[in-house]
Design a protein around this ligand. Structure first.
Ligand code: HEM
Ligand SMILES: *[C@@H]1O[C@H](CO)[C@@H](O)[C@H](O)[C@H]1NC(C)=O
Ligand SMILES: *[C@@H]1O[C@H](CO)[C@@H](O)[C@H](O)[C@H]1NC(C)=O
Ligand SMILES: *[C@@H]1O[C@H](CO)[C@@H](O)[C@H](O)[C@H]1NC(C)=O
Length: 523
């Protein structure tokens, strides 16, 4: 009992000091915030969401859960913003920090660019991903993020896409094996996700996972793909659990992580060793090891910046996460839209066939196809691959819109407040896209300059590093598909339902029938 007594005495002595210092800090904060509010002319929010349960907002949480179950989370969340006439609104709950929802380009520009340093990735997202993916560009803010970005940037500044196209064509030929030759209906989404897994792993580690090629898909590769998917699943689950994630522990996931790390470490080791070997030999060219060697190897490029195995591994896993599902979802969402609009498919095919002179498209030809870029932009607008995002205030700060009776005054944002933006709403603003913004119409891109009203790759210092890579890969695959198939049809006339975890794609897949161009394919 003696120990207990000493402890309570200590608390007794210290508590007035503690209380006083807390009080002083509170006061300083209070006056600083008052100054900030006055300086920026912040006003109370124009829109505060009504709630039945003012403490936890359970009614709203249930609505979000129901929408997610039904595959319309993004449409529901975006629809709420649209119901406020695209103006910013705030959810206030007694037991939780405020949450700000916005679809205003000016606010987006503010949090992603102008006041970049005041807003970061949400702590919950970092905590959910860090244990599985390590410290990488995807799991850090501030100086650690800047370090990762500087580390990765040189590997993205290549201009010659020809070796990548050669690699993609090899995988495209394997993709073709998964397309029925008799025009029967099948799900095109699955082979797209396999395709990007195979190309991303080859691009990153120099060795593909061969998921499209059953004759070469090894046990180790099968395990790696499964382990990677388990880690992604776990990370998404933890993000969804939010603050409750601290109660979640999965042995399966940590085992999967250990195995996935070991798999990538093997390639990191190899990349470091071959760099050493090249240094000894005094040559810089990567040796050609025959058919299976990569024309390009991201890991080896990165060894020019670091020789830390942990760093190489985390960044590779981060870029795999950033590149694989995103590109597959873009391709899937584009063919989903085309399968419902045969006239757009025909128009795009006319452009592809008239522009490509040789058997395969060149980078120059791909960049020169206007209608193709319109279709890609329209897909990223209409069914954005990353349909929503959050930035958390890293200090007490402001955003320019959402306050006052008309919402045109700045809004005060307390440290830790999440600002959530929804691309479904932003990308359908009639003031930017016109009254037909709820239609899929590539022609709208003729002369359109939406600025911060179009953010499929985010913006500011943290803009997607792989944008050029993604557009190049997607353009190549789209052009090849349109060369090979005369027309597309779907047997699914139901409405769009989303599958939304890391990225957004169609919940029911992309059920299509493709008519082969016999001359081109030789089928
Ligand atoms: C259609 C395809 C893609 C879309 C729509 C897309 C979208 C995005 C978005 C929205 C972000 C910002 C995430 C955030 O900060 O919260 C991002 C970041 C990033 N993306 Fe992409 N991405 C795509 C493809 C790729 C590819 C192919 C690569 C790599 C080869 C890549 C590499 C990255 C990296 C490294 C980041 C982190 C940048 C940073 O935090 O500084 N992305 N991407
Ligand atoms: C690009 O397209 C234009 C027509 O729009 C054509 O005149 C030009 O030759 C094309 N360039 C290349 C490199 O294909
Ligand atoms: C597609 O959108 C981007 C971003 O707004 C824009 O820079 C580009 O010009 C657009 N492409 C076309 C062909 O309109
Ligand atoms: C479309 O066809 C495929 C393959 O025959 C079938 O599995 C699927 O259920 C069909 N979808 C619809 C909506 O009829």
């Amino acid at each position: 009992m003696a120990g207990f007594g000493v402890g309570s005495d200590l608390i007794l002595y210290l508590s007035p000091v503690l209380v006083l210092s807390l009080l002083v800090r509170r006061l300083v904060h209070f006056f600083n915030d008052k100054k900030l509010i006055k300086q920026h002319g912040c006003k109370p929010p124009m829109n505060i969401a009504p709630l039945w349960d003012p403490i936890l907002g359970i009614d709203l949480v249930l609505q979000f859960i129901r929408a997610a179950r039904e595959g319309r989370y993004i449409r529901f969340s975006g629809g709420r913003l649209i119901s406020y006439d695209y103006a910013t609104y705030v959810i206030k709950r007694l037991a939780l920090p405020d949450t700000i929802y916005t679809a205003e380009p000016e606010n987006i520009k503010h949090i992603l660019a102008t006041e970049f340093k005041n807003f970061g990735l949400a702590e919950l997202r970092i905590n959910a991903m860090f244990p599985l993916f390590g410290s990488s560009i995807f799991t850090t803010n501030g100086p650690a993020w800047a370090h990762s970005r500087a580390l990765l940037r040189p590997s993205f500044t290549r201009s010659n896409m020809a070796p990548l196209h050669k690699m993609m064509e090899r995988h495209f030929q394997l993709l073709l094996n998964h397309i029925p030759r008799d025009k029967s209906f099948f799900d095109l989404q699955q082979p797209f996700f396999c395709f990007t897994m195979d190309t991303a792993t080859e691009f990153l580690m120099g060795k593909s996972t061969h998921t499209l090629d059953s004759t070469r898909h090894s046990e180790a590769e099968r395990h790696f793909v499964q382990d990677y998917l388990n880690c992604c699943y776990e990370a998404v689950l933890k993000i969804v659990l939010g603050k409750l994630q601290i109660f979640r522990y999965s042995r399966t996931a940590s085992k999967a992580r250990d195995r996935a790390w070991a798999y990538v470490d093997g390639f990191a080791e190899h990349a470091l060793a071959s760099r050493e070997a090249r240094k000894v030999k005094g040559e810089s060219a990567i040796e050609d090891e025959g058919d299976d060697s990569a024309e390009y190897n991201f890991l080896e490029e990165m060894t020019a910046q670091t020789n830390s195995r942990a760093e190489l591994r985390s960044e590779v896993l981060g870029v795999l996460l950033a590149s694989r599902d995103t590109t597959a979802a873009l391709l899937s969402n584009l063919f989903y839209a085309l399968s419902r609009r045969p006239h757009i498919y025909a128009k795009l095919r006319t452009e592809v066939l008239s522009r490509i002179k040789g058997p395969l498209p060149t980078e120059e030809e791909l960049n020169n196809m206007t209608y193709l870029r319109w279709c890609i932009n329209e897909t990223l607008r209409f069914h954005p691959v990353v349909p929503g995002n959050t930035r958390e205030a890293l200090c007490d700060t402001t955003i320019p819109l959402g306050g006052g009776p008309d919402g045109k005054s700045p809004l005060f944002v307390k440290k830790g407040t999440p600002v959530i933006y929804n691309l479904h709403a932003i990308h359908r603003r009639p003031d930017i896209y016109g009254d037909d913004s709820h239609e899929f119409r590539p022609e709208r891109w003729d002369g359109l300059r939406p600025g911060w009203g179009f953010i499929p790759f985010n913006g500011g210092p943290r803009i997607c590093l792989g944008q050029q890579f993604a557009l190049s890969e997607a353009s190549f695959v789209i052009a090849r598909m349109l060369q090979c198939f005369e027309s597309i049809e779907t047997n699914d006339s139901s409405d769009w339902l989303e599958s939304y975890s890391l990225v957004m794609c169609s919940k029911k897949g992309v059920s299509v029938s493709l008519t082969p161009d016999k001359e081109h394919l030789g089928w």
